[in-house]
Ligand binder design. Sequence first.
Ligand code: KIV
Length: 279
Amino acid sequence: MKKTVATLRRQKEGGEKITMLTAYDYSTAKLMDEAGVDCLLVGDSLGMVMLGYEDTLSVTMEDMIHHTGAVRRGAAEALVVGDMPFMSYQTSVTDAVFNAGRLVKEGGAHAVKLEGGAVVTEQIRAITDASVPVFAHIGLTPQSINAFGGFTVRGKGLAAAKQLVDDARAVEQAGAVAVVLEAIPFQVAEIITRKLAIPTIGIGAGAGCDGQVLVYQDMLNMYGNIKPKFVKVFADVGAAMKDAFGAYIAETRAGSFPGEAHRFASGLDDAEVSELAGY
Ligand code: KIV
């Protein structure tokens, strides 16, 4: 059954955890969809894990549309959320609506995500009014890396925790359909989750959220540049890939690949083979 934002709201109400994974390409999205994930987030983390940038700031609308389209083609049932890249919505409400519309029209996203709390409520309201569901994202918001000074936990201490509660309330009031809580203390995430009617989706925010999201390269140990404390490696696919690449290189160098099973026969008889050899 196709997942919608209404499905997620029902999951929260019924106490059924929401599952979200990042995806950036067709084949991986299809595998995740077949495994039964509820949402696929085409995160701007693609700048780091797919494109090799140091942070997410260089990601463009064109990058996001390109990858969102690939993920959407692999998603038969999962809800596809396209991330709005840095400076695609901060500049003005008009830009925000225009670029959210591009992610839906050109990329096929079912919803968009943008970073920030009270400061982006005008954008959230306007995009929502244009009939595009918005996922908010508060706590550690990687597009603010230069303002924060690094990828560090947010919301520690009473004042910072209250600010997070205020931001969560503000994005809900502005019309967000869900909010991602990244790298915040688990007690703060639990309190926010209880206070909001919309689902909270945590990453580094403990088990008390309504759902969880992980960057798939992190959970499969495919990207070692940053190893956040909150990541659990569910399978060492990175090691399995390196082993497979190594085996291919070794067998090719040894001449044992390709074998008989991996080649095509000419169908020529002996006389024809001789004629061809002497040609
Ligand atoms: O870009 C991304 O992958 C994200 C998740 C970490 C929530 O925003």
